[in-house]
Each structure stands twice: as C-alpha cells, then as structure tokens.
Design a protein around this ligand. Structure first.
Ligand SMILES: [Zn+2]
Length: 124
C-alpha cells in the first residue's frame, strides 16, 4: 500500500470540484500566496492551480496542471494558487518559501492556517 492508498483507506476527505467555489470565496478569487486574482483559463501566470501546502513528494503524485484532477488533495492541505507561485514553491517547505518570497509572510501563513483549521471541522 502506498501513501495515497493509505490516506484513502483512512477516510480522509478529498477536495472535489464542488469545493472550488468555497476555495475561491475564502481566498477572494485570488492566489493564497501572492493574492493575485486567478483565472480558470490555462496557460497564464495567474492560472488557477491546486497546491498541496505541504508537498506530498510521492512518485505517484499528481500534477496540478488540470484543476479537475484532484485526487490526493485533502481539504486540510490544499489551497488555490497561481501557476507562478505553485511552480516557485514546488516541494519546498511552505513556511520557508513564503518567508523568503513575501514581505507579509505572517499574514499569508495565518490566512492559510485559519483556512485549514476551519475546513478540518467541516469535512474531517
Ligand atoms: Zn501567486
């Protein structure tokens, strides 16, 4: 059993397209990191992508190029991000990356952590 199968068997709730409006609402249609407005059109620096806040770093990890491919993205570890931030962040430690990338790092981290704390009550 790989890690993804282990998570599935553990009854963890997964993000699904239906949750996109909630994510867009919470993050104000904007990247969770740089706060630029996102587009659903692909191929732009501000194209919407789902980001694992803490990278799963698995060989069978999915690529977030297509927002309809959501397997493995759990509510308590998924934010919406622009393509630029998602590519820049990669598999780096999220807090280190945010602190190195943004002046308002504490505000960004607080907003994301509050989101995770609120979703964990609703869905897990
Ligand atoms: Zn961004």
């Amino acid at each position: 059993m790989n890690k993804r199968q282990a998570r599935k068997s553990n009854n963890i709730s997964y993000v699904d397209h239906q949750d996109l409006p909630f994510l867009l609402h919470y993050f104000n249609n904007s990247c969770a990191y740089c706060a630029k407005e996102l587009t659903l059109e692909k191929g732009y620096p501000n194209s919407l992508e789902f980001d694992h806040y803490i990278s799963l770093k698995e060989s069978d990890d999915i690529h977030e190029d297509n927002y309809t491919v959501l397997e493995g993205l759990t509510y308590s570890n998924t934010v919406i991000a622009c393509r630029s931030c998602n590519r820049s962040k990669g598999a780096k430690n999220p807090e280190v990356w945010i602190k190195n990338s943004f002046n308002n790092a504490d505000e960004i981290i607080d907003r994301i952590e509050f989101y995770f704390s609120s979703t964990s009550f609703s869905f897990l």
